[in-house]
Design a protein around this ligand. Sequence first.
Ligand SMILES: Nc1ncnc2c1ncn2[C@@H]1O[C@H](COP(=O)(O)OP(=O)(O)OP(=O)(O)O)[C@@H](O)[C@H]1O
Length: 233
Amino acid sequence: MSAIVAERLVAGRGGFRLPSLDLTLMPGARLALIGPNGAGKSTLLNTFAGLLKPVSGRLSVAAPVALLPPPGEVEAPFTARRMTALGRAARRGFASDLDRADLAAADAALDRLGVAHLAERPFDRLSSGQRQLVLIARTLVQDGALVLADEPTATLDPAHAARVAGALDDLAAEGRAVVVATHDLSLAARQDRVLALTPAPVEGAPSGILTPATLQALYGAPLSPCPTCGRPH
Ligand SMILES: Nc1ncnc2c1ncn2[C@@H]1O[C@H](COP(=O)(O)OP(=O)(O)OP(=O)(O)O)[C@@H](O)[C@H]1O
């Protein structure tokens, strides 16, 4: 079964509308959404997550969905460990409290991202990048068949960004479909496919989409060096 099937899907919110989109994503596939500020990446992710109703068209999504919201959206008076472990509690409802297995999974996810030392720290007193890593750890423990990550590496230093990219690769290797919305073109380049949200969305292999010409058309300015070939232009 596909992780996402979108047919003539129009996503939007308020007065904003994305162009009609056809997309199929198989389990284990990795897709990057790129596009300028306001292009509709978060709108599309939230539509995939079921938080926004499609304006029109057909959308079928595998469950469960694990969603990493964009940086800065989450506040909570919990420790980093509890905040991470709540990713598992959400899956089975909030009726029962977290158990040892949940806390152990949280510790393993924090360790995977190089922030095990933050486990006992109050989430609300972490730096923005540290909070982001905790929320990514929470996403890792959610056991999603479809993992949606909105700007996962924004606010991260290069070493932590590399760990996150590797952790997302691991999720895909486990058979989960992964969609990242990102301005980080090196992260986009390591996905299997890239969907560029332009007035007419274009989708393909990173080598076909992350080209100087496509990026210049997408962002309205030349980008150098080329993110896939590394050459200045
Ligand atoms: N809550 C909202 N209500 C109405 N319109 C919104 C809302 N949030 C965003 N929009 C509009 O929807 C459009 C797409 O926004 P969206 O956040 O999906 O873009 P994005 O590609 O994720 O942008 P960015 O890269 O800046 O995060 C924008 O024109 C934005 O102004």
